[in-house]
Every structure is written in C-alpha cells, then in structure tokens.
Design a protein around this ligand. Sequence first.
Ligand SMILES: *Cc1c(COP(=O)(O)O)cnc(C)c1O
Length: 198
Amino acid sequence: MLIGASKSQPEPVLRAALDAGLRHFGENKVQEAQRKWPSLRAEYSDLALHLIGPLQSNKAADAVALFDVVQTLDRPKIIDAMANEVARGTWRAAGKDAPPAFLIQVNTGEESQKSGVAPGGLAALVNQAREARLDLRGLMCVPPAGANPAPHFALLAKLAAEHGLSWLSMGMSGDFEAAIRLGATHVRVGTALFGKRI
Ligand SMILES: *Cc1c(COP(=O)(O)O)cnc(C)c1O
C-alpha cells in the first residue's frame, strides 16, 4: 500500500494525486489535516487518511473523528485516550462506519528525541491496546536518519511477527525499496511523489 505523505502539500498537489488515482494519504498534524481534508473527502468518498505524526491526548477525539488509520500509538496515556473516544462512538458521530485501525510506533533506534515505544516496552502496549479492544493491526517505524535502515526494518518485522500483527508501515522516499524487501505492507512516501515540501 502506497501512502502519500502529504504534510505541507497544498490542495492543488493533493488534487493532482487524487486525479492520478492515489487514495491513501498520511498527515503529521491533526489540525493541518482538519484544514485540508474534509472538503476533499466530500468529493472522494473512498480516500483514506493515516495519522503518521506524534499525537497528543487532547487531540484524541479529533483524531478518531478524522483518521481511518492512526499509526502512532506509543504510550499508555494515548491508548487510554483513543480507547475512550472509540468507546464513546466519536467516529460514528463523525459519520464513519468503523473506528480507526491502529498501529504502534516503535522507536527501533531507541533515539531519545524520537516518538515511539522502545522495543522492550512494546509487549505491554500491545496487551493494553488489545484489552482496550482497539483494532490493532501492526507496527510502524522511522529509522534513525543516516543509519542503514535495513536492520531497523528487520527488527520491526520480527516484533510484528512475535505479536501476531500483520501490517508493517515502514519505508519513506529514501528507503522504501529496502523496506518492501523486508516485508513492508505500507510505505509512506512524501518527496519522491510530491516533490519538495514548501
Ligand atoms: C514526512 C514523513 C514521511 C515521508 O518522508 P519523505 O522522505 O518525504 O518520503 C514518512 N513518514 C513520516 C512519519 C513522515 O513524517
């Protein structure tokens, strides 16, 4: 699955991608996505929006209302907030026929500044998400900049298999071929599709 990472891309660029047939898009910020997508969604009812940026719990209701897939679960508080909104039916009130699917973001490089749960903390989050009855499908990662991404993709694939999760969101413009070789089911491609961000 090709996800167009469309942060900072203006509407004409999004329209060109939609006209070319792209239907899955990833946004990093809830507010930016709320500005850009509701009108396009009214025209293209089959498009799917993925949240691929870090999430604050005070945006949980907006995220559950807008996104079809939330890829960035990474701590207990966010899982609680999402579970509350899913249980309250925030998605139904927003006119969707299903709650979002969820992925957990794993900080495979254990970088202090990066979001994502460290590999050692993953099992607890998987259990929490399953107990909260979230529709947990898979794992997502962003390998450290400048590093060989292959060991990070391989680690993510191994962790997903250990937990019986089938979706692997990994690979961006610079490394999606390697990610696909290592089992990516979803690649998030920005600049290679849309050109430089503004
Ligand atoms: C921006 C972004 C991408 C796409 O990056 P490109 O290098 O432009 O392809 C993918 N994933 C995440 C989480 C991003 O923030």
